[in-house]
Design a protein around this ligand. Structure first.
Ligand SMILES: C[S@@+](CC[C@H](N)C(=O)[O-])C[C@H]1O[C@@H](n2cnc3c(N)ncnc32)[C@H](O)[C@@H]1O
Length: 214
């Protein structure tokens, strides 16, 4: 399936790394997010397993899109846990709502965010996850501060991003991130790279913790 048609053009450069910020994927991109070959190409189930989510935790699926990960995360946190699924596009939230209602998932809550706000309560989240989202944040510096406020003590932020270091990964350049770029940009906002988990075919799993106590 061709992705290019649903990707907006780049929105400027990141002041710390010089990275070109990608345009936001429109909600027409939901078909690409739901493509049957995604499991083979991106191994989302393997990714969720690598996150070591504990039953009862609160996980924020930030930029949840059509909710592909949301339902996997809902299973991971179990009935005592909670998944916040956020997006800036109401059309995406409507798709997630359909899934959640269809599966009778009682532990998922939907939130409409903005380019600068998450919509999530402060100090409420054990794990903030952004899958294929960070590279298209229009205001990454402000947004990271907002994400940081949502984390509980010892909370973690995980980015899953297509590897810029692998030229053969068939994704447009500005929709990929290198470990170096992610590290530069997140360290500047008070995060520390805890580890890189490279078990996925096309993507890095980048695990960050808060380093500046704010
Ligand atoms: C490429 S899609 C990925 C969707 C989903 N994470 C997945 O992997 O299936 C990126 C999503 O991030 C959303 N997004 C972009 N900027 C955002 C922001 N500041 N806050 C919340 N969502 C955002 C877009 O609307 C889009 O639905």
């Amino acid at each position: 399936m061709v992705l290019t048609a649903v990707l907006a053009s780049a929105q400027g450069t990141h002041p710390v790394s010089g990275r070109r910020i990608a345009g936001v994927m429109g909600h027409e991109g939901a078909a690409w997010l739901e493509r049957p070959e995604r499991e083979a190409e991106e191994a989302p189930r393997k990714a969720v397993a690598a996150l070591n989510i504990k039953a009862g935790e609160t996980v924020a699926d930030i930029g949840a899109g059509s909710g592909y990960y949301t339902v996997l995360l809902a299973d991971g946190v179990g009935p005592r846990g909670r998944v916040y699924a956020t997006d800036i596009q109401p059309e995406m939230l409507a798709l997630i709502r359909k899934k959640v209602e269809g599966r009778s998932l009682a532990n998922v809550e939907l939130m409409l965010g903005t380019e600068t706000t998450t919509g999530l309560p402060d100090g409420s989240v054990d794990l903030a996850l952004m899958v294929d989202v960070y590279h298209e944040l229009a205001q990454p510096q402000v947004f990271l501060q907002a994400v940081k406020r949502t984390l509980r003590q010892d909370g973690r932020l995980v980015l899953i991003e297509f590897r810029k270091e692998s030229p053969w990964v068939p994704i447009r350049e500005e929709h990929k991130m290198s470990v170096r770029e992610a590290r530069m940009e997140l360290e500047a906002e008070g995060f520390r790279l805890d580890r890189v988990v490279d078990v996925l075919p096309w993507q890095h799993i980048l695990v960050f913790t808060v380093s500046d106590g704010k």
